[in-house]
Every structure is written in structure tokens, then in C-alpha cells.
Design a binder for this molecule. Structure first.
Ligand SMILES: NC(=O)c1ccc[n+]([C@@H]2O[C@H](COP(=O)([O-])OP(=O)(O)OC[C@H]3O[C@@H](n4cnc5c(N)ncnc54)[C@H](OP(=O)(O)O)[C@@H]3O)[C@@H](O)[C@H]2O)c1
Length: 294
């Protein structure tokens, strides 16, 4: 069933969301603070609303994608707008924290609106494609009732739990994984530059070794989930093996005067585990030294 949807915020991501909905034949009204950014969507069939109130009045579902939750609150938490939103579904796709999502869900429940909170695990070019991933949490029934709308946004849109904060929590976890690789790459670039290794060579060797790293990450998650921290027959590498290689890296970096900001945190975690007698443990044993502020 084609739905009447308002997209509030048509920056890079909001415009991609609106385009994907239009491509699937939904009736889309858009509003953006800077009207010019919404205008190209009119050529694709979107209705450009002159005010937020008009945008949300015309819609059954309100998808919000602005810079942060404070901007969403500034836009929607107005008495006139709030009264129009009663009985409607708000889908917050702006990035935020788990507690921010839970507070927003509670606030909207108190104002008679349904609320789902999503985390977009994709760049705008993935939106509307089979590989587009969006994690959505909150009222499962509201998600199921509007599944066709979510499917328009990406082939991999999943409801990940009733807790409205779950999608944002997973988002932060996955981003920390991504930054681990990106900041690790910055450190690798610094090492190659200091050692006069061509970065094209680094790129080629990374392509060759990336599957090994992916395997290690999956193994780490699986072993931590199972609580298998002691080294055993299936251990891929112990803390001791990693720590030895880590010391070589630090020695090289110190000799070349490379800043330790990125690897300093690794050292602190190794030291905690070693002080606790876990040097011979599986690498997964390190996960016990990070769960709460030590
Ligand atoms: N781009 C990505 O790859 C990506 C991926 C995942 C998640 N996200 C998330 O998607 C959200 C939007 O990102 P984006 O890349 O689309 O950013 P963007 O292009 O900078 O767009 C930001 C949007 O927020 C609006 N906005 C900001 N403050 C506002 C306020 N106080 N009142 C009204 N509107 C306000 C902007 O309006 P104006 O046009 O008037 O400035 C614009 O529509 C963010 O939460 C981001 O983390 C983005």
C-alpha cells in the first residue's frame, strides 16, 4: 500500500531517503530548513511544504533526518505540530544515543504518537538499494505495519528490538569497529611513510590480509560470547603473541618519532590483562578488561 510520508530534513541523507520513497511510488512531502536543498526533489514528484506544520499535517508517517536530536526537538516539539502528530508514526533516522532515543520514545508516547528509532548503517548511495542497511528499534508492531515503507529504504532494513535505544547502541558498537580499522589505517600510513613504503603497496597488502583480520574479529566476538578466554586447541593467537608483535610496532614507532596516540590505548589494555596473569590467554581474554571503566 502506498503511503503518505513526510521527510523532515533533506540534507545528503534525507534527500536519498526521499528519493528512495518516491522511486517506490509513495506520496512524499518534504521540508527542509534551507528550502533550496529540497527543491530538486520536486522534479522527482515530491511536494515541497512551506512549513513543518504543513509537511506533517499531510502525512501518516513522519521520517526525520537532521543533524542531531536537539535539531529534531527544535523542529517538532512545538504545541501546534505536536497536536497534529497525535496518532501518527514518527521514524527518527537522525543519528543519536540509546538514552536519547529512549527519552524521545517516552516523550512521543506521552504526546500520543508512535515512535521508531533507526540507525542508518550506510552512506546515501546505498539508500534504496538491496545492500542498504538500516537498523530500527522500538514498537515492533509499528515496524511490521509499515514494513513496505522500510523496504523502500533498503534491502536490509531490520527491526532489532523493542527497546527504542537498541538501534543506536548497535550503531555506536559498529562505528567503533569501523573506527578501529580507520584509525588503525592512519597508524599504518604513518609507519609506511616513516619507512618510505609506497602507500600503493600498503593498499595491495591490506587487500591481501583483510580476510585474516575479518576472521580474527569474528573469532573474537564468538569466543567472547561463549566466554572462552583461556587458550585452547582452536586459539588463533594468544595475548602473548599479539603483545610481542605490538612491542615491535611500538619500538619502530618510537625510533621514527611516530605519535603514540592511537596505539596508547592498546598498550593500556594489554598491561591490565598481563597484570591479571592473562598473558597466555586467548586474545579474546582482553575483552574482560574493557567492559567497565577500570
Ligand atoms: N551522510 C551519511 O553517510 C550518513 C550515514 C549514516 C547516518 N547519517 C546521519 O543522517 C543525519 C543527516 O546527515 P547528512 O549527511 O544528511 O547531513 P547534512 O547533509 O549536513 O544534512 C543535515 C540536515 O540537518 C538539517 N538541520 C541541522 N540542524 C537543523 C536545525 N537546527 N533545524 C532544522 N534543520 C536542521 C539541515 O538543514 P539545512 O539544509 O537547512 O542546513 C540538513 O537538512 C545525521 O544524523 C547523520 O549522522 C548520515
Amino acid at each position: 500500500m502506498k503511503r503518505s510520508i513526510a521527510v523532515v530534513g533533506t540534507g545528503r541523507m534525507g534527500s536519498a531517503l526521499a528519493r528512495a520513497l518516491l522511486a517506490k511510488g509513495h506520496r512524499v512531502t518534504v521540508w527542509n530548513r534551507t528550502k533550496e536543498k529540497a527543491e530538486p526533489l520536486a522534479l522527482l514528484g515530491a511536494n515541497i511544504a512551506p512549513s513543518v506544520l504543513e509537511a506533517v499535517s499531510a502525512a501518516e508517517i513522519i521520517i526525520v533526518n537532521v543533524s542531531d536530536y536537539a535539531a529534531t526537538a527544535a523542529i517538532l516539539r512545538d504545541a501546534d505540530i505536536t497536536s497534529v502528530l497525535r496518532g501518527k508514526l514518527i521514524v527518527e533516522l537522525t543519528s543519536g544515543t540509546p538514552h536519547g532515543a529512549r527519552a524521545a520514545a517516552e516523550w512521543w508516547a506521552g504526546h500520543g504518537a508512535s515512535y521508531l528509532d533507526g540507525a542508518i548503517m550506510a552512506t546515501p548511495d546505498f539508500i534504496g538499494t538491496d545492500a542498504g542497511t538500516i537498523l530500527v528499534s522500538g514498537q515492533g508492531q509499528a515496524f511490521r505495519d509499515n514494513e513496505e515503507v522500510f523496504r523502500a529504504l533498503g534491502g536490509n532494513v531490520q527491526h532489532v528490538g523493542q527497546d527504542p535505544g537498541r538501534a543506536n547502541a548497535l550503531d555506536s558498537a559498529l562505528l567503533s569497529l569501523m573506527w578501529g580499522e580507520l584509525f588503525g589505517a592512519l597508524n599504518a600510513i604513518a609507519v609506511c611513510q616513516a619507512e618510505e613504503i609506497d602507500l600503493g603497496e600498503l593498499g595491495r597488502q591490506w587487500t591481501a590480509t583483510a580476510p585474516v583480520v575479518e576472521g580474527l574479529v569474528s573469532d573474537l566476538i564468538k569466543r567472547t560470547h561463549a566466554g572462552r578466554f583461556a587458550s585452547d586447541d582452536e586459539t588463533l593467537s594468544s595475548i602473548s603473541a599479539h603483545y610481542g608483535a605490538f612491542q615491535h610496532l611500538v619500538e619502530l614507532m618510537d625510533a621514527r618519532g611516530i605519535d603514540r596516540s592511537i596505539v596508547g590505548g592498546y598498550d593500556a589494555i594489554f598491561q591490565r590483562a598481563i597484570a591479571a596473569g592473562q598473558l597466555q590467554g586467548d586474545f579474546a581474554a582482553l575483552s574482560q578488561f574493557l567492559g567497565k571503566a577500570a
